[in-house]
Design a protein around this ligand. Structure first.
Ligand code: FPP
Ligand code: MG
Length: 271
């Protein structure tokens, strides 16, 4: 196909998408979307691609999803990029995934990267001590480079799981309590309140997700945002992550809108 025709088709797609988003935006929109990007290895297997290719395609799917979220005006997007349990995979697979992670994190620093184009602030969440110096340094560099962006906050969970986040937060709140007590600022040494833990959670930078999407038809939460998804709607489209696209996002949001008013009313009513 000539480049002129493909450019025209691209413009038609973009125009149709913007019209569709206008219509959808008449209804309530989620503020925070969270994704478990599952099914990348299965995608590579299904297509007869070499190991690791599924995750590369998965990164492109993520970039498109971020573009749609930006166009829809969704403020927070959280992704499960690498769990603490993923470190138990074969060493060569962990190495190749970490190399890909490093390459992709660095690519976010490029001038033409989507994070600069759309004003996306990138924030990494997880146990950084488990990451290599290179990955940690790249993550810190991206956080610093995008710190002033404010259109969308992208929370990337790497070396993360929810129980680890909770344990770290409890430890930190106990330390804070002891310090405040020793300085005479808090007499109540006995009691750690919910708020003490919440203010030390790494995910405190965003409200709880309205929607959690796990691709590939799986319905497990796999130790992801257990604290924050108590009231989230869960969706599990059959598509593998590398295949996920506009139609899955639109379908999810329409379903969210369908039950939104019922859930809002339920929140206000006493039990
Ligand atoms: C799960 O699929 C996905 C991962 C372990 C990693 C996904 C990471 C990316 C798409 C890149 C993200 C990079 C940045 C910089 C944000 P799987 O391996 O469990 O596949 P399977 O379910 O088919 O086995
Ligand atoms: Mg998987």
């Amino acid at each position: 196909m000539s480049s002129g025709i493909s450019q025209l088709l691209e413009q038609i797609h973009e125009f149709s998408r913007r019209c569709l988003f206008r219509v959808i935006s008449v209804g309530p929109l989620p503020i925070h979307l969270a994704f478990i990007m599952d099914g990348n290895r299965r995608y590579a297997k299904k297509r007869g691609l070499e190991d690791g290719s599924g995750h590369k395609v998965g990164f492109s799917a993520l970039m498109s999803m971020l573009q749609y979220c930006y166009e829809l005006g969704i403020k927070y997007v959280t992704i499960y990029a690498f769990s603490i349990d993923n470190f138990r995979r074969k060493p060569e697979e962990v190495k190749s995934l970490m190399n890909l992670m490093l390459e992709k994190i660095k690519s976010l620093l490029d001038k033409e990267s989507i994070v600069h184009e759309y004003g996306i602030r990138v924030h990494f969440i997880g146990n950084f001590a488990l990451l290599s110096d290179q990955v940690r340094a790249a993550a810190e560099e991206v956080m610093e480079a995008t710190a002033k962006n404010s259109r969308v906050l992208l929370l990337v969970c790497v070396a993360y799981n929810s129980t680890d986040e909770i344990v770290q937060a409890v430890k930190k709140s106990c330390t804070n309590k002891l310090v405040e007590h020793s300085e005479g600022r808090d007499r109540d040494i006995e009691r750690i309140q919910l708020v003490n833990i919440e203010e030390t959670m790494q995910m405190r930078v965003a409200p709880g997700p309205d929607i959690l999407i796990r691709s590939s038809g799986e319905t497990r939460r796999s130790n992801f945002l257990l604290w924050q998804t108590g009231s989230s709607q869960l969706f599990s489209p059959d598509a593998l992550w590398s295949e996920i696209g506009l139609r899955h996002l639109v379908w999810t949001i329409l379903n969210f809108q369908r039950s939104h008013s019922y859930l809002e009313k339920k929140k206000k009513k006493p039990l």
